[in-house]
Design a protein around this ligand. Sequence first.
Ligand SMILES: Nc1ncnc2c1ncn2[C@@H]1O[C@H](COP(=O)(O)OP(=O)(O)OP(=O)(O)O)[C@@H](O)[C@H]1O
Length: 292
Amino acid sequence: MIDVSSLSRQFGDHLAVDDVSFQVRPGRMTGFVGANGAGKTTTMRMIMGVLAPSAGEVRWNGEPITPETRRTFGYMPEERGLYPRMRIREQLVYFARLHGFSRTDAASRADDLLEHFGIVDRADDLLDDLSLGNQQRIQIAAALIHRPAALVLDEPFSGLDPLAVDAMVDLLRREAKDLPLLFSSHQLDLVERLCDDLVILSGGRLVAYGPVEELRGQGADRYRVVMDGSDAAWLRDLRGIEVRDVDGSTALVDLDGLTPTELTRAAVERGPIVEVSRARQPLSEIFREVIR
Ligand SMILES: Nc1ncnc2c1ncn2[C@@H]1O[C@H](COP(=O)(O)OP(=O)(O)OP(=O)(O)O)[C@@H](O)[C@H]1O
C-alpha cells in the first residue's frame, strides 16, 4: 500500500500541494482527479521521489519509502521519458535488462506486451515513427516491463481513442489486478468506469477521497420518478421534495422532508408508474460540487 501522509510542496510563495493524505491500496484502481494545476503531477512526482516534499512523507507498506522501493514501481511520468530514436522492442528489452531481467526473459516480456497491444509488427520501428496512441502504449509497456510492485501513471489515457483505452484497461486489469495503482486523468467518465477509489484535489488540497461508490452515494438524496406514459410535472406541486428536472414522464427530485416510501406512494396514487429509484450522482457532478 502507498501511504501519502500530510504531503506538501511549496514552489516559492506558491503552495502547490497542501497537506494531502490518502492511500493507494492493493487491488484497487485509484483515480486522481482535479482541475489543471490542482497538484496531481506534483504529488505523483513526490511519490516517485522526483521531487522532494516540503513537508510530509510517503510510506510503502508501513515503512518510509526508499529509492530501492521506488525502483520496483512502474511510473509513467507526465513528461514521458522514452528514447524517441530507439527501436521500441530494443527499448523495452533495455528497460527490462536495467531491472535485472536476463536477455531471454527481457525479450519474451517485451514481446508479450507488444503482442497484447497488437503492435508486434512495429517492434523494429523507432518510437518517433509511431502514432501518438501507439507511443502511449509503449510508455505503458515500459512502466509494466519489470512486473512492478505498484503503478503511478500520470494521464495514461490522454490522447487514446476508445479502442486503445480498452486495450490499455485490459492490460492494466491483467497486469495490475492486485497492485496499488494510482492514475491521474481528466476523463471523468473513464475514471467513473474504472476506479474503485477516488482522490480529488483542488488548489493543492484534498477535497474528496474514498471509494467511488461511497462518494456517489453522498450528496443529495436524489430519486428518479418515471411515470408510465403520463406527465411527471405534477411533482412540482408535491411538498417535501425539490424537483431538479422534468423531462416528459421522467423527473429527477431531491427529497427534502419526504421519505422514499412517501414519494413512491404519491407517485402510485397519481397513476401507473414505471419506477421510483435512487439516482446516483454522476462523478462529473460530484467533481463540480467539491471543487467549487
Ligand atoms: N517546478 C515547478 N516550479 C514552480 N511551480 C510549479 C512547478 N511544478 C508545478 N508548479 C505549479 O504547481 C501547481 C500544481 O501543478 P501540477 O502540475 O502538479 O498540477 P496538475 O494537477 O498535475 O495539473 P494538470 O492537470 O494541468 O497536469 C501549478 O500551479 C503549477 O504551476
